[in-house]
Design a protein around this ligand. Structure first.
Ligand code: OGA
Ligand code: NI
Length: 394
């Protein structure tokens, strides 16, 4: 992505650190807005006030409250088969992905080509980073106007802070820069190597997924290619410390992703929840599986045939949860408009055109139901199209 100055995810904001907390040294006392780790995860205590949600906003579904209602699990071994090579397996895959997109807006994939060895190496680096002393992590704090860096989810006026930390990577020089700030022997520690290997793999996987998704729509693929080819992505590490009173807090608030599609790796601790027909559903983590979800811009390109799924992360009392999200971001600078073949008199174009540059700025202020701001008034008024405002407070 050429322009790194734009925030490209809903929750990239970071509060300014009070001057007194700059610098390092063992005597640094972690009070103030950044005392997340110390307070929320301290044993035997109650959760600090700043993480306590008003009662009506608290998640009632626990991190491991799985039911028989499960998101589809799709074997993607045939993802790069040529249609001529093994037409049957590929066609079956396209059909499964299509069903999952129509009914869920998300699915888990197995038999992708990202090895468990690479995933555990990434997990090692995630754990290593977040377990650094706070002052060390602050060396790479996200600066205003930058995408990359350490922080936590944006807190808007009146919002309670989510109980999580995060580290954003734009695929640019900042990765090496930040690594050097953190570890003088960074090369030896294989941080850059693992990062790049994972980025390349997940980027290619996302391109393959885009191809499969578009194939299932049975339209001319060229319109979609403008947005997903030769684009770049963002990586985000999420860290959710165990929380003494998880039922009172949230790891990441209900939101939809701003981008085309997201591929998420998580450790073996539940916490991801998605919304299905107005109900929250806990996603069961599966070793080696990756979760895929549709983002807002793919919703627009399909004229809402496929919907970006609202999701959130809850925390638990005993285990630290980590996740690594890869956001496949549409090419910048071009208007995002529905595929013409998905627009007709029964399905009029639902959205005003916008660029991803504009959208990411707006997304920072509103993380859920953001596309409603771009609904065309003509379709809104005649009742043909409504995308309901939903309450996500269960
Ligand atoms: C995100 C996200 C969910 C998770 O980073 O956008 O939705 O389970 N993460 O960490
Ligand atoms: Ni998300």
């Amino acid at each position: 992505m050429p322009d790194r100055s734009l925030a490209s995810h809903s929750d990239v904001g970071v509060q300014r650190l009070p001057k007194s907390l700059h610098g390092s040294g063992a005597a640094l006392k972690l009070t103030g807005p950044w005392s997340l780790v110390n307070n929320c995860s301290s044993k035997g205590s109650t959760v600090s006030e700043k993480f306590v949600l008003p009662e009506h906003q608290r998640p009632t579904l626990k991190h491991d409250e799985y039911t028989d209602l499960e998101i589809p699990v799709i074997d993607v071994a045939a993802i790069n088969n040529s249609l001529e090579g093994d037409a049957t397996a590929k066609e079956a895959l396209v059909a499964q992905v299509r069903e999952a997109c129509l009914n869920w807006g998300c699915f888990q994939i197995v038999n992708h080509d990202i090895s468990e060895e690479l995933l555990s190496r990434i997990q090692y680096h995630v754990n290593r980073f977040f377990n650094l002393p706070f002052a060390e992590k602050m060396k790479v704090v996200k600066q205003d106007g930058s995408v990359a860096g350490y922080g936590h989810a944006t807190v808007k006026n009146g919002d309670v802070r989510p109980s999580s930390e995060r580290f954003f990577f734009a695929n640019d020089g900042s990765v090496a820069e930040n690594a050097q700030k953190l570890w003088s022997n960074w090369d030896e520690n294989d941080f850059i190597g693992s990062y790049s290997e994972y980025y390349e793999k997940v980027h290619q996987l996302s391109e393959s997924l885009m191809r499969i998704i578009v194939q299932g729509l049975e339209v001319d693929p060229v319109h979609f290619e403008k947005y997903w080819k030769n684009t770049s992505g963002l990586l985000l590490w999420n860290f959710y410390p165990a929380c003494p009173e998880p039922q009172k807090a949230i790891g990441i608030n209900a939101h939809t992703d701003f981008n085309l599609l997201t591929v998420l790796h998580e450790n073996n601790v539940g916490g991801l929840q998605i919304e299905k027909d107005g109900e929250w559903v806990a996603v069961r983590p599966r070793p080696g599986a990756l979760a895929v979800n549709i983002g807002d811009t793919l919703q627009v390109l399909t004229n809402a045939k496929y919907r970006s799924v609202p999701h959130r992360a809850v925390v638990n009392e005993t285990q630290t949860r980590i996740s690594v999200a890869y956001f496949h971001v549409p090419v910048q600078g071009i208007d995002i408009v529905p595929h013409p073949e998905l627009v007709d008199e029964h399905n009029p174009n639902k959205y005003e055109p916008f660029t991803i540059d504009t959208y990411t700025k707006i997304k920072q202020a509103q993380t859920l139901n953001t596309l409603e701001l771009f609904l065309r008034t003509d379709t809104r008024d005649n009742g043909v199209v409504t995308i309901e405002a939903q309450s996500h407070t269960t």
